[in-house]
Structure formats: C-alpha cells, structure tokens
Design a protein around this ligand. Sequence first.
Ligand code: PGA
Length: 249
Amino acid sequence: MRKIVIAGNWKMYKNQSEAKTFFSEFPTHLKATAPQAAIADQQILICVPYTNLSLLQTILPAIGQSNLSIGAQNVHWAENGAFTGEISASMLIEMGIKYVIIGHSERRQFFGETDETVNKRLKAAQAHGLTPILCVGESKQHRDANKTESWIFSQLAADLVDIDQHNLIIAYEPIWAIGTGDTCASTEANRVIGLIRGKLTYPNVTIQYGGSVKVDNIDEIMAQPEIDGVLVGGASLDPAGFARIVNYR
Ligand code: PGA
C-alpha cells in the first residue's frame, strides 16, 4: 500500500508573522473543503524556511491535525562543522522535524548541488531518521532532445546509491513546469512516474508529481494511478487553495 503525501514547498516565502497567519487560517479551510471520508492514511506536509521550523512546531499541537507535519527544505551531510549557512540532520531532529526536501532543482540550478552531494544529504537524512523527499526531473532542453528518461534514470542511479528505499519519497518535478504555470500533462507525469517506479528496488515508494500544481489541476493529477501525491510550490502559500489541494476529490 503506497502512502499519499500532499506536500507544500514554501521556498523562501513567509516570515514568522506570515507563517502564523497561514496557520491561523489553514485548519478552518481544511475543514471547509473536506469532501471525503478523510483519506485516513494521507500525510500533509509543509516544508518551510528554517526560520519558521521551531515556531511552527510549537503551533502544530494546537491545530490538532495529527496527519499534518512541518518539514525542512534541505539538510547538510555532516554532523556539524565549518559549513556556513548549512543545517545538520540532528538540528532538524532536535526540533522534531521528520521530513526534508533534498535535491530540489533550484538547489541544483542555483546552488551547485550535484548528484554526489544530493546522495550525501540523503544518506545523512536517513541515518538520523528523517524521511527525505528526493526531487528529480528534466529540463526543457532534455525533454526537447528526447532525453527525459535517460536524464531521470541517471539522476536516480546516482542519487540512490546506498539509500534505503523504504524510508524515501520521490518527487518527479520537470524543471520546465516549476513556477511556470506550464503543468506537465497528468498522463505524461503518470507515465514518467511509472518509469521511475520501474527503476526502484522497492516499488511502494511514494512518488509525487510537482510543477505548477494548483486547485484547477489537482483532481486530475491525483486521479492518475501512479501518482501518490504532489509537491506544491506557489499554490501552497495560500491557505484556502492549499486546503483544497489537500482535499482533492
Ligand atoms: P510550483 O513549484 O508549484 O510553484 O511550480 C513546485 C516546486 O518547486 O516544488
């Protein structure tokens, strides 16, 4: 049985007061949009800037939504050390954080992260009991050159060396669909995710789709058989919209 994980990625948005406002409104919207005999096993996750982690962990119990977690957007592989600007897995664990995004395309594109460092981060996260969300996906150039599959397979081969697939989430995020409004067709996302699953040793890994997920397309995306959730950037910033995404039909 594969677990459904609906995750938000706030990126570098929302200071503490904005985060508090979001969480004062989100639970009400969650209840208002809930259509289904709640999908009991569904995990809701919001990955926030480091500066919000501690604050939101203290707010969370009062919300009383046991399937809602706060996650981080990256983690370093070392236990500690002279790594200015980085955060270790034990620092996240100390705050009660359980999930962390690793290898997001923005980290790879703008901060020089490679498959090698992504693999090191994944290993460190798992060694501390964090569940990583590994992001993979092709650029427009790769897609246009018919290299989508080979690119993603090479990312998986390098990123997943010595990684425990039983404690892993993968997000398929085509780079050309991120923040562009240019969503990958849900059937195409389903196809690629099926191919990703075929490369895994543990086939029940939760595999999400990410890239311009919004209220308008969530129902169609979640209707696809291979897609076990979504990683939502821009549309996770709005409490009403994200609640509707969580409560897809
Ligand atoms: P987007 O971002 O939903 O704004 O396209 C997705 C992501 O980067 O994870």
